[in-house]
Design a protein around this ligand. Sequence first.
Ligand SMILES: Cc1cc2nc3c(=O)[nH]c(=O)nc-3n(C[C@H](O)[C@H](O)[C@H](O)COP(=O)(O)O)c2cc1C
Length: 348
Amino acid sequence: MAAGGGAYQWSGARAYEAALLETWSHRDPVELHDLSYLTHYATLAANSHNTQAWRFSLAGTTVSIKPDFTRVTPSADPDDHHLYASLGCAAENLMLAATRQGWAVAGAYAGDAAPAFDIDLTRTGGQQNPLFDAILERQSTRAEYDGEPVEAGLLSALERAAKVEGCEVLLIDDPQQIEQVLDFVLAANTRQVENPAFRRELRSWLRFDGRQAAAARDGLYSACSGNPPLPPLIANAIFDLVFTADAENDKYARQIRSSAGLAVFVSERDDPEHWIAAGRASQRFALEATRQGLRTAFVNQPVEVAELRSQLSAALGLGGRRPDLIMRFGRGPAMPRSLRRPVEAVID
Ligand SMILES: Cc1cc2nc3c(=O)[nH]c(=O)nc-3n(C[C@H](O)[C@H](O)[C@H](O)COP(=O)(O)O)c2cc1C
């Protein structure tokens, strides 16, 4: 039994390791406007459920990142807010990679008629870019952290790095305030876990073993959340038994209480242009945190349940603005990495 389990894990692990090496490696540009090169770094960004709901194209010197509406998650993300925030995360990585190659970048939202984030490239000359260097190291670390606070100077550096026009970041490191937000996370998590549509949708994006993760190269590989790989047939059969509100709430309470603080990203307006800005700010925050030896993970449940989102907005005194994203941060261990589809799958 044990030997069989070992062989099972080993065969899945090999496929996963091979895909991992391909995903998390550096590329060299082979031509001046190298869309493959830029797209590679863009796709290493955080993105909701790892659906990779993005398409990339190049016209002249303008790169466009468009939503892929065949990869939406309507239960967790009914208004596509996270989908646009994920485009923002990818846009930020892409702009950092372009800057590194000597391009000046100017990014703008194209408008709701033909939604896209367009990035104009102008030749300037190579620029040092410390955040670029963290792209390959960043990960969503869904582990318990060490419970230690982060020094004030470092908090200011994170805040500065996350500056993007149209979005503000609110840092919460007071334990009482963290508990207040934790209450919202637990209430929202309970609603989601007890919602059959949410469970169905989440399960469809879970990848239960290395072989399944490597075949899809998208979705949420369970090992990235600290769960042991299991044959998908067995994992599906026991999913309803183990995925309970109590167990999930207990895990989130431990994870949040072990964190140094929370970053709440709040954009000026509640529209796709500003959801993209929130994604960009969160990606910059995570890259700077990574550079400084910190770990980050999103805990977005309270911004995904509309009723609790407005209550959270009031509790944080946001003056009616929408809290876009919530990220916890602190020092902790690395976790297994997620995968990405090859760039050819997302380039038009
Ligand atoms: C808009 C957005 C919302 C997300 N929400 C959550 C969340 O609520 N919980 C979570 O664990 N991860 C969340 N994530 C993280 C993604 O699941 C993660 O980025 C993806 O699986 C890829 O893994 P990586 O960040 O380690 O590269 C979110 C990411 C984005 C961009």
